[in-house]
Design a protein around this ligand. Structure first.
Ligand code: S3P
Length: 175
């Protein structure tokens, strides 16, 4: 089946779920934002400030390609906007299966606000930021997440370990 790519908006739980899922499936885990920071030696927020979103997306494309080219079957958490680039969508289709961690704008916004890494990892994507940004970005991205994903989990009312079980069951029946 190749790699498992976790896609979805900020706050959907890709890193938390990804770690646990990898452990359960006996796979290795990588998060593309971690790789971007490792390769550039700086934070996502600083890259946005110095190079703009376009500069970040270029670095992200390199990181997605590098992670996808790894040997073995990894669990790979993609940054929320990685699916915006057609090259990344092609890469993930060629190298495995994608799972969409779907959430409502309310639940996602709540998790973003509660996550202490948001200030360095999640620069504003619009002039106003905040809840309105989540609503706006979801309206642009939901159809793309739906298009790339082979399997969708509704995360709003589930705990991480329940989400992991749902995905692991799906992986086992689709291996
Ligand atoms: C982004 C999401 C972030 C990070 C960057 C851009 C986006 O990743 O890649 O801030 O465009 O949605 P997470 O989804 O891991 O927060």
């Amino acid at each position: 089946m190749g790699h498992l790519f976790l896609v979805g908006y900020r706050g959907s739980g890709k890193s938390t779920i990804g770690h646990q899922l990898a452990e359960r499936l006996g796979r290795q885990f990588v998060d593309t934002d971690d790789e971007i920071e490792r390769m550039s030696g700086t934070s996502v927020k600083q890259i946005f400030e110095a190079e703009g979103e376009a500069g970040f997306r270029d670095r992200e494309q390199v990181a997605v390609a590098e992670c996808a080219s790894r040997d073995g079957q990894w669990v790979i958490a993609l940054g929320g906007g990685a699916i915006l680039r057609a090259e990344n969508r092609k890469t993930i289709k060629e190298h495995g299966k994608s799972i969409w961690l779907h959430g409502s704008a309310e639940a996602l916004y709540q998790r973003i606000v509660e996550d202490s890494t948001s200030s360095t990892r999640r620069p504003d994507l619009s002039a106003g930021g905040g809840y309105e940004e989540v609503v706006e970005m979801l309206s642009q991205r939901e159809s793309i997440y739906a298009e790339v994903a082979e399997f969708t989990v509704e995360t709003d009312s589930l705990k991480p370990d329940q989400i992991v079980v749902e995905i692991a069951d799906w992986v086992e029946s689709n291996a």
